[in-house]
Design a protein around this ligand. Structure first.
Ligand code: ATP
Length: 365
């Protein structure tokens, strides 16, 4: 079964560097997601693995074998795209059978493989229908069935849920993952949707501008984002500027206006400028002056009651703005203008060295 390794892969288009010095290892049987904003090199990476784009530098290994000289059709890869690339004049059965016919397999073998793939993809009942009679989810199942029928153990999926409506997209994530896991395939899936990535992946590589910033499980990326960009891109995070007073397993950070906050671990020297990151859902609003360091005073400037959660925008007494997403069951509703204290659990407050260009780090591109 296939694992995929990219070693020092670079691809340029004129002056644009689509991917640069890329090193990635996708393990056998893994559901791996390439996540990042538009134009960061995800599709280029997928095309390089498929053999559709030739890298300028570096090597790709599939199953331990250098595939540099091997054309796409001989890489035993199933490709699934956002736009299904289904032939409109062929039935579902014929679409799935097509590449097997090209391969010259005998009719019996083709029939066996196609029906098996249609069954796995949940399409048995529509085998004789034409694409125009089907909805987007069935069409996408059809392109998946086609990849399965070919016997590919490696699926490359480029925004495979992109053409589905939001509700179907959410359901289809699980269909796709269980299909891959149930058959012991390896999948590499491209998306710019962080929630989709979290829901479907064993591991995620976060891309930015042609480079991989971090690889980890959804939980690792959420709990320990290695950079401000990753903390911002994966989840909804507030960032505040400050200076380290004391570091160690817990650090103490002085924010603007001399507000003190206890934060997670850091080994930065006292006096270092930092940015702290706190996810919206990790902050609680309380009315009283709570004991301890981690209650910062402020005033609610926007409150939206959404049923199971309440969204707040709070202006801290130092003028910084903080967004909060609080489960309704965890406290009372605070209206606009009310004085509050924001409670930050220290272990959830991430500390980053102040970057060269904070605006660049915070841009979601
Ligand atoms: P998207 O989600 O928008 O497709 P992506 O992360 O998949 O984005 P790529 O499509 O890999 O990004 O593109 C990376 C960079 O390379 C972009 O700046 C893009 O404009 C450029 N690029 C990609 N393919 C080509 C090409 N064939 N010719 C010229 N430039 C290209």
């Amino acid at each position: 079964m296939p694992d995929v390794r990219l070693v020092n892969v670079t691809k340029r288009y004129g002056r644009v560097i689509a991917v640069e010095g890329l090193n990635l290892h996708v393990r056998d049987g893994e559901y791996f997601v390439l996540l990042g904003p538009s134009g960061c090199g995800k599709t280029t990476t997928l095309r390089i693995i498929a053999g559709l784009t030739k890298p300028d530098e570096g090597r790709v290994y599939i199953d331990g074998r250098d595939v540099s000289g091997i054309p796409p059709e001989d890489r035993n890869i199933g490709l699934v795209f956002q736009h299904f690339e289904i032939f409109p004049f062929m039935t579902v059965y014929e679409n799935v059978a097509y590449s097997l016919m090209i391969q010259g397999l005998d009719e019996e073998e083709i029939e066996r493989r196609v029906y098996q793939a249609l069954e796995v993809a949940g399409l048995n009942e529509v085998a004789d229908r034409y694409p125009e009679e089907l909805g987007a989810p069935e069409l996408q199942r059809c392109s998946i069935a086609r990849a399965l029928a070919k016997g590919s153990r490696l699926l490359l999926l480029d925004e495979p849920l992109g053409s589905l409506d939001p509700e179907t997209r959410e359901r289809f994530r699980f269909t796709l993952r269980s299909l891959v896991k149930g058959r012991g395939l390896t999948a590499i899936h491209v998306t710019h949707d962080q929630e989709e990535a979290m829901a479907i992946a064993d591991r995620i590589a976060v891309f930015r501008r042609g480079r991989v910033l971090q690889v980890g499980t959804p939980m690792e990326l959420y709990e320990r984002p290695a950079s401000i960009f990753v903390a911002n891109f994966v989840g909804e995070t507030n960032f505040l500027e400050g200076v380290i007073e004391r570091s160690g397993e817990r650090s103490l950070v002085r924010l603007r206006g001399d507000l003190l906050i206890e934060a997670g671990g850091s080994n930065l020297r006292a006096g270092s400028r930092v940015v702290i990151g706190v996810r919206r859902e990790n902050i609680l609003l309380e009315e009283g002056k709570a004991e301890g360091l981690n209650a910062l005073p402020g005033r609610v400037i926007r409150a939206a009651f959404l049923g199971k959660i309440i969204r707040y925008r709070v202006e801290l007494d130092n003028g910084d703005l903080v967004e909060v997403k609080q489960p309704t069951r965890l406290g009372r509703f605070f209206g606009e203008g009310e004085r509050v204290y924001l409670i930050f659990p220290a272990e959830k407050v991430l500390v980053y060295p102040y970057p060269e260009d904070l605006r660049y780090e915070l841009a979601l591109r």
